[in-house]
Write a protein that binds this ligand. Structure first.
Ligand SMILES: Cc1cc2nc3c(=O)[nH]c(=O)nc-3n(C[C@H](O)[C@H](O)[C@H](O)COP(=O)(O)OP(=O)(O)OC[C@H]3O[C@@H](n4cnc5c(N)ncnc54)[C@H](O)[C@@H]3O)c2cc1C
Length: 1021
């Protein structure tokens, strides 16, 4: 055995001996909590329900509500607790005044186990007790998510107050070890950066640093005066780079350059951790003053992996627990090797990690008084005691705050304590032997997936499958089953990375250089120019012309229909695989030109960076998804297995499709509709919106580069009222795919119903129109989430999404609480030119839109109460201030008509019955949302809300191809679902071919489920 391992085992055993000397359960308090934890570890479903119940409980005000929730959460769990709950609920019904408070008390006690006090005065008593046990403290302020600058200011004040009070109360406290005390001030504050600025955006670190610097400096100054220590905690990965950058920036400033009492956290579960730590150490050396690092594994593992999987991107964290452990050990060594500049703290309850740190310190000759172990309040008491007894420094991390805001923290702790992977569970709940617990984590890493982790491997495997299927180019796969669900969405670009921020900046510069470029029409494979050029201006700076589109008139429109008609005769007989591959190639090009296209959108339609990127991502997804769907639908499928007869169901294209797209998703929607039409074998005339011609022209370029045959896709820009109407009415046009306003949509619907002389087909119309989308907020809703998602849904891209939130329906019980936070949160939004990163609200698309929205605001002022309107706006551009109306009634115009701008109406209702009535009481049914933590109410809304897309406890915008097939009904649309598996059927006519296969009574036994396409002449294999 290697000497280091021997030493670790020895030290580990010693810790365990000391732990066993004062036996105490895993958690400091027994009883209710203990029993629940034991049950949770046995039963995953129960655990989920329990944690959800714990999270909602503090926000329930009446006993009856508590009992209802208890019943709803646990009625179908099946583990003994079920019976207990049943009895409990029966009892509670009889004696609600006793049962509910008892339950609430129990949960409060559980929370209190992890929360050191409600306020600074409260916490002092705890800190004194710990002092007697030679345990120091670092104090953290728990709170709700900070959604406004008012809340951030409140936080900063609480930190400052805490600092003063703690210093006063601990004036005469001496260092527990009495040596190297200057490295470890008694008062130690752990600060969460996200609590100090509400508009943090990973794409805009400079903005965050500027704001946070202003907030932090007074606090740091005061801490320095008082001789206290300030630590920056580390939160989710999205904030990591900004937090590191902020730390380096502020502590390089003249005023703080020589102050040694600043620390930051490094999370060993991150793949970046080694690079970040080394970078910090280099920075520290250059700065020339000591600083501290608390090494932890990381508290957001579940969050990071879930988020990444949702985005189909590689998680930033290791996926095997021993990888995090091994990295923790590697970084421990890095810290000790650089002890001359960095003071180390180890935030862990894992005896192996702790023993390893001790052993390495010993090996490198570092005195135990020069570093510390930090452990969480309310956890692993025996380990703390053991460490003190061994002569080490121990500091406890003590959160302060009220129960309700402390819930997120509490749930994180509960998760950690019951995690299958966790050390505490293994040691204290499952009694895993010491030898096992002290093993070298490097031996436990499964080699096959080391480095990339299991889920990445699984993703890669799914990708391989995709590869097999998409390379299946032959039209002869008769007996093979259709491809399964192997579609993978393209990940969003993460602007957390500086590299990606730089790429976006450089794309913006490049696109700006091309301002004023002229773009032709594209008809029958030829570039076509006319005498009329239409300028496309930037909504943020209307004096800037992004580019010019060629304006088509009737002759060009006629030429385009002819070209499409002519091309149809060949394209319709082109094997579907070839058509699908065209889309795959287009997706590849979109991917390659992703930043450039996003930059064009930023200028031409004023999308914020991430919104523009999401649009390009959607276009990529549409191409890949429809290619995959065509491969599924393309092969004729046997209807029934009948002896002596075969009937194959298959599809033909409809003919010439006219695609009319809006400007608000200027590439995605145009691309989605055109791609669907092309891949199904139709030929297409695509017309972009007059406000986004350049985006349309770019998409045409992409298809051209992808090799679309002449005439299959034609590009016609110009006035909808002229060429649009002409092409819709044309006898040779068979299908119209439209997304846009209700007014135009209904005209098209009507006009397409008229059969014209010479017309071959009944025109098919795919029509997606507007919305007047509602979100209902239940009495027990999580307000942090409600505010964040409502704000994003209402004001993201200036409210110009057909899915945007425009009616917020609040139950009266919650009304004041929501409004109290909603208005300051809206007031904190960054309004500006979206060319700047981190802008949330930009200008609206053009002057007519600007005027129309202002008119609606005037109407709102007359009908309802103006609850909030932003005041400061950029001087140029079509900026509309984010606006909120209250006292809105369902029959008012602002509650019924689509406004398509950053205007939100708030409606107050009595209960959920009325909320549903109001929500469903409009002409539209596009998206709708509900915030609630009542399982029954959630079920009810899922069943009854009239919307094509119903979203629970999340934003009502941001549909993802394949995952959230998108589209509404009533006056929102004809009931089709873009990005759904039945979408392509709208572009096809079904056909069945039946053959009697019996010859003189003899028939084949089996008929293949799929056969080759019906093509003649047969394609060469
Ligand atoms: C004093 C103190 C301060 C802290 N401050 C912060 C902070 O600022 N920011 C922060 O994020 N955390 C912080 N933490 C929380 C800390 O990260 C967790 O408590 C800690 O990760 C638990 O690790 P452990 O070594 O005690 O236990 P262990 O049981 O050894 O490790 C559990 C940890 O392993 C990791 N893990 C679990 N499953 C996997 C897997 N499948 N693959 C890879 N890794 C996995 C996770 O990080 C998990 O928390 C702090 C902890 C302490 C004690």
């Amino acid at each position: 055995m290697a000497p280091l391992q021997r030493e670790i085992e020895q030290r580990g055993r010693r810790i365990f001996e000391l732990v066993d000397k004062y036996p105490e359960s895993l958690f400091s308090k027994a009883g209710f909590y203990q029993r629940l934890m034991t049950l949770s570890m046995r039963d995953e479903r129960f655990k989920t329900q329990l944690f959800r119940f714990v999270a909602v409980l503090p926000s329930l005000r009446r006993s009856s509500e508590i009992i209802q929730h208890l019943e709803q959460y646990f009625s179908d769990t099946n583990n003994g607790f079920h019976a207990l709950v049943g009895t409990g609920v029966r009892l509670a019904r009889l004696f609600p005044w006793i049962s509910a408070p008892v339950l609430r008390w129990n949960v409060s006690e559980t929370a209190r186990q992890f929360i050191a006090g409600r306020n600074p005065d409260d916490v002092i008593a705890t800190l004194r007790k710990r002092r007697a046990q030679k345990i120091g403290f670092t104090v953290d302020v728990l709170g709700e998510a900070v959604v406004s600058e008012a809340e951030a200011d409140e936080y900063a004040a609480r930190y400052a107050d805490l600092l003063d009070k703690l210093t006063r109360e601990t004036k005469n406290w001496a260092d527990p070890l009495g040596i190297n005390a200057e490295l470890f001030p008694v008062v130690n504050l752990s600060v969460k950066i996200s609590a100090l600025y509400s508009q943090m955006n990973p794409a805009a670190p400079a903005d965050a640093i500027a704001h946070l610097g202003t907030k932090l400096r007074p606090l740091l100054r005061r801490a320095r005066e008082l001789g206290a220590f300030i630590n920056f905690d580390m939160e989710s990965y999205a904030l990591k780079n900004t937090t590191l950058e902020l730390f380096k920036t502020v502590f390089s400033e003249e005023e703080f350059k020589d102050w040694p009492h600043a620390g930051i956290v490094i999370q060993a579960y991150l793949r970046d951790a080694d690079r970040d730590l080394r970078d910090l150490i280099d920075w520290g050396r250059a700065r020339g003053t000591r600083f501290a690092v608390r090494l932890v594994k990381g508290a957001y593992w579940d969050y990071e992996t879930t988020k990444s999987r949702q985005n189909e991107s590689n998680p930033p964290v290791f996926l095997q627990k021993p990888e995090s452990d091994a990295n923790f050990e590697a970084l421990t060594r890095v810290l000790f090797e650089n002890e001359s500049i960095v003071t180390a703290a180890f935030g862990s309850h894992n005896v192996r990690s702790i023993a390893h740190a001790q052993a390495v310190a010993d090996e490198l000759g570092i005195d135990p008084s020069r570093f510390e172990f930090q452990l969480l309040y309310g956890m692993a008491g025996p380990i703390k005691r053991a460490l003190v007894e061994m002569g080490y420094r121990v500091r406890e991390y003590c959160p302060i705050g009220k129960l309700l805001p402390g819930m997120a923290y509490l749930v994180r702790r509960l998760l950690e304590n019951t995690s299958n992977e966790g050390f505490l569970r293994a040691r204290f709940a499952e009694n895993v032997p010491a030898k096992e617990l002290l093993r070298d984590p490097r031996e436990l890493i499964r080699p096959a997936v080391a480095g990339i982790g299991s889920s990445a491997a699984a993703l890669a495997k799914a990708g391989d499958l995709g590869g097999v299927i998409s390379s299946d180019g032959k039209n002869a796969t008769s007996l093979r089953a259709p491809p399964g669900d192997i579609f993978k969405n393209a990940p969003l670009v993460s602007f957390i990375y500086k590299d990606n921020q730089d790429k976006m900046q450089s794309a913006l510069r490049e696109v700006r250089k091309r301002f004023g470029e002229k773009h032709p029409l594209y008809i029958g494979g030829e570039k076509v120019w006319t005498d009329n050029l239409t300028p496309s201006v930037s909504p943020a700076e209307p004096s800037e012309i992004v580019g010019y589109g060629t304006e088509a008139g009737i002759p060009e429109a006629e030429r385009a229909v002819k070209a499409a008609r002519a091309a149809f005769e060949t394209w319709r007989w082109t094997p579907f695989e070839e058509r699908a591959r065209l889309l795959d190639r287009a997706a590849d090009i979109l991917e390659r030109r992703r930043y450039e296209l996003s930059a064009v959108e930023v200028f031409e339609v004023a999308k914020a960076w991430s919104e523009a990127d999401a649009d390009i991502r959607e276009a990529i997804d549409f191409c890949r998804f429809y290619a995959q769907q065509m491969r599924r639908l393309g092969r004729p499928k046997l209807t029934q297995q009948v002896p002596g007869e075969e009937s194959y169901h298959h599809y033909w294209p409809r003919g010439v499709a006219f695609v009319i797209a809006p400007w608000n998703f200027p590439i995605a929607i145009l691309c989605g509709m055109a791609a669907a039409a092309v891949v199904t074998g139709n030929t297409v005339i695509m017309k972009p919106s007059e406000q986004s011609i350049i985006c349309g022209a770019m998409l045409m370029q992409i298809f051209e580069e992808a090799g679309v045959p002449a005439g299959v896709l034609n590009f016609l820009s110009g006035h909808g009222s002229v060429i649009g109407a002409y092409v819709v009415d044309h006898k040779d046009v068979d299908l119209i795919a439209f997304t846009g306003s209700r007014e135009v949509g209904l005209k098209i619907w009507e006009s397409a119903g008229i059969t014209r002389p010479g017309q071959r087909e009944l025109k098919r119309v795919i029509c997606e129109m507007g919305g007047k989308n509602a979100m209902i907020v239940d009495a027990d809703a999580d307000l942090d989430e409600t505010i964040m998602y409502s704000i994003y849904s209402a004001f993201g891209f200036q409210g110009q999404k057909c899915s945007a939130l425009s009616r917020l329906i609040l139950l009266e019980e919650n009304y004041d609480r929501v409004m109290e936070r909603l208005i300051p949160a809206t007031a904190s939004l960054r309004v500006g030119n979206p060319e700047q990163p981190g802008i949330m609200v930009g200008p609206v698309i053009d002057e007519p839109a600007y005027r129309r929205i202002l008119e609606y605001i005037e109407i709102g002022k007359k009908e309802a109460t103006l609850a909030y309107q932003a005041k400061e706006l950029p001087p140029h551009g079509y900026f509309i201030p984010p606006t909120i109306f209250s006292d809105v009634k369902p029959d008012m115009r602002i509650a019924r008509e689509e406004i398509f701008g950053p205007v939100l109406s708030v409606l107050k209702v009595r209960d959920l019955d009325e909320a549903l009535e109001v929500a469903n009481g409009t002409d539209y049914a596009l998206t709708g949302g509900f915030f609630s933590r009542s399982p029954d109410n959630i079920e009810r809304v899922k069943a009854r809300l009239e919307a094509g897309n119903v979203y629970i406890n999340r934003s009502c915008t941001g549909a993802i191809v394949g995952r959230h097939p998108f589209g509404g009904f009533k006056m929102s649309g004809s009931g089709t679902k873009a990005g759904g598996e039945d979408y392509l059927l709208q572009f096809l006519v079904p056909r069945v071919v039946t053959e009697n296969t019996t010859r003189h009574g003899f028939a084949p036994e089996q008929t293949p489920e799929y056969r080759d396409e019906f093509l003649w002449p047969k394609p060469e294999s």
